[in-house]
Design a protein around this ligand. Structure first.
Ligand SMILES: [Mg+2]
Length: 119
């Protein structure tokens, strides 16, 4: 069986490296802002889940999320917001915009794996 594919969208290189280690059993696709993430979704039809940062250059996570949810072909892909502490407002807006879950930075490895497995 092919490993499940996760699109990681974050402008922090450290986060990408961390997810490579933590999520070894998944196939990861990497994007560093919302625009690049939309391009990835356009060229890769079998993304199973999206891990999404909010604050990024060019296109923010919330803008990316609203575009995904407005797209008939993409709207059912679960999106997990990876939010920075103290940004509850963004998290609430993200959930209202259709995110399936959120994880607060800094997060526990177990918490992350549980949310991903659940979705
Ligand atoms: Mg960021």
């Amino acid at each position: 069986m092919q490993p499940r594919k996760i699109l990681v969208v974050d402008d922090s290189k450290l986060i990408h490296k961390m997810f490579e280690v933590l999520l070894r059993q998944y196939a990861l696709v990497h994007a560093h802002d919302g625009l690049e993430a939309l391009q990835c979704l356009g060229s890769d039809a079998d993304i199973d889940l999206i891990l999404l940062d909010i604050n990024m250059p060019r296109m923010s996570g919330l803008e990316f999320l609203s575009q995904v949810k407005a797209n008939e072909a993409l709207k059912d892909i679960p999106v997990v917001i990876i939010s920075t502490e103290g940004k509850e407002e963004d998290t609430i807006r993200g959930l209202e915009a259709g995110a399936s879950a959120y994880i607060k930075k800094p997060f526990g490895n177990q918490e992350l794996l549980e949310v991903i497995q659940r979705l």
